[in-house]
Design a protein around this ligand. Structure first.
Ligand code: AMP
Length: 282
């Protein structure tokens, strides 16, 4: 396994690999890897001759006052995870290599970026789409693997790929959870023991939502209202959003159907957690 920091070197490597007929699978991350990332890498290992992992804490997707500076980083530990998962190349550029002085080009996806995290984190998806486009141009993958943990991000990337005719197969992988249900996230390390316990209310809310629907409820607003009351029972839960949306348009729904996804963003102290899940079996 090699680690490449230079954009040119990374590009040169994939140009040669492609010329020799090799396929490239790619998993973009911000590092501080956990088992959720590993599940993406394992899928990538199956889907390409060469598996590239990028580790880049992308400044343009963090808003003012967000946790860019404090985002956890540990390249040494990440390298161990990556090696065990069969990664061939870690691409870990510096911010100055990705955004040199004079950098001026950004990628904006309209529509599905206006709701949910797009509404509460202005500019976030512009940063995501910009960096993912750049990474795709540098790594030139045949296949790229993303997690459904970031449900809106996955939908936005699929939209961008289709709209920009990028010849890349996008694979979505299920949310990888701790045994008690908490969705794995690099940010979980910020949680105090008490907040870690309170945070279980996210995955419990997905189950409660499903129970309400199994009991016959179909009205999204009343389900959201019950879930809001339930989450507010945790003393430090600060709700960013609780929404039920159509899985493709990500527009809010009035009535539950097989396309309904419950999406949650809740802060505990300064840590913002997200989770999501389908509410009804098709
Ligand atoms: P991040 O490093 O948090 O930006 O995430 C990099 C990739 O890993 C994204 O495609 C995420 O959706 C995915 N990911 C993060 N956490 C999980 C998880 N618990 N289960 C599955 N995929 C995840």
């Amino acid at each position: 396994m090699d680690t490449i920091k230079s954009v040119n070197e990374m590009q040169q490597f994939v140009i040669e690999a492609r010329a020799s007929g090799k396929t490239i699978a790619f998993v973009p991350t911000m590092g501080f890897l956990h088992q959720g990332h590993v599940s993406l890498l394992e899928e990538g290992r199956k889907r390409g001759d060469i598996l590239v992992l990028s580790i880049f804490v992308n400044p343009t997707q963090f808003g003012q006052g967000e946790d860019f500076e404090d985002y956890p980083r540990d390249l040494q530990q990440d390298s161990q995870f990556a090696k065990a998962a069969g990664v061939d190349i870690i691409f870990a550029p510096d911010a100055s290599a990705m955004y040199p002085i004079g950098y001026a080009t950004y990628v904006d996806v309209d529509g599905i970026t206006s709701n949910l995290c797009g509404a509460s984190r202005p500019g976030h998806f512009r940063g995501v789409c910009t960096v993912v486009s750049k990474l795709f141009n540098i790594v030139q993958p045949h296949t790229a693997i993303f997690g459904a943990k970031d449900f809106q991000q996955l939908a936005v990337i699929k939209r961008m790929i289709a709209d920009m005719n990028m010849p890349i197969d996008i694979v979505g992988m299920p949310i990888f959870r701790e045994d008690d249900g908490l969705a794995m996230s690099s940010r979980n390390v910020y949680l105090s023991d008490d907040h870690r316990k309170q945070a279980l209310v996210l995955s419990q809310s997905l189950n409660l939502g499903r129970e309400l629907i199994a009991a016959g409820k179909t009205d999204a607003a009343s389900i959201v209202s019950q879930l809001t009351d339930n989450i507010k029972m945790q003393p430090d839960a600060d709700i960013d959003y609780i929404q039920i949306c159509h899985q493709l348009s990500l527009e809010d729904q009035v009535t539950i159907d097989a396309d309904s996804v419950l999406l949650l963003a809740v802060r505990f102290g300064s840590t913002r957690l997200i989770d999501n899940g389908f509410l009804r079996e098709a």
